[in-house]
Write a new protein. Sequence first.
Length: 317
Amino acid sequence: MNRISTLCTALAAAFILCACGGTTAPVEQELGATDLSAPHVYTNPTGDEFPILAWYSLLGDQVTKERYEEMAEAGFNISFSHFGTAEQVEQALEASTGTGVKILVTCGEMYDDTENTVKRFHHHPQTAGYFLRDEPTGADFPALANLAESIRRADDTKLLYLNLFPNYVSPAHLGAESYAAHVKQFIEQIKLGMVSFDHYPVIFEGVRRDNFYANLEDVAAESKKAGIPFWAFSLSTAHDPYPVANRGAMRLQIFTNLAYGAQGIQYFTYTTPEGTIWNFHNAPIDTNNQRTEVWDRVAEINHEVQNLKGVLLGAEM
């Protein structure tokens, strides 16, 4: 009888706990950093896919499920647009859901109210990570380190992204003794756990900058010393002084980057930027929101890269 009584008591207690479970608020997963002195730990934002990011992506009326599906068709899995407000980011996160394309988050509130804005988006499955800045100099590093810490206090689990100048910008402008020193300072001071840089070697028709490989050497070497990955670019939109992107020029950039161990590739740009200063034209998506010949070229290369993900992910030079 004692055993039966004990069993009945245990079952009754279990029933009460289950019945009362609905009144207990769920515990939210803590995503913030516990040790900001340590670098952020990089995690591939696309899981077991190779990251392929589109710069200057969808905005305004372009932010639709159909447009993100079109991006996925071209082989992209991360979209980066310069959204002005958090509401625009929210729309993009919802529109991209189920398309295979995630969103790299930026908006005005990211800089005015960083921690609360990150907390607004950090649990959304479409959030790939957070954009800090494009092409800073060394003088910008202290403020960017503070921004990175603010983001990490709210979410230290997703991609922290900043893109560096190429090596055809002078060390004097960068505020460093050399380009390699600039990359090293960035890694050590801002602690994002990754490096991204742009270098567009093909200028005019048939002319190539001769410091492209040196740029890759420096970035790959400094990244390897720090034990972190790097991402690199291909130019996909013609503008002064760069010609329309053909297969040869893009394959040169993409596969050379990959040969040096790049763990993500990016295209500048996906849609056509507005303005007349740089004379942007022949992007993958033109000013009428139509595909150009470059869209097909990019899609071909991206699918080729993704088919090699088993070899490329984790590869080192």
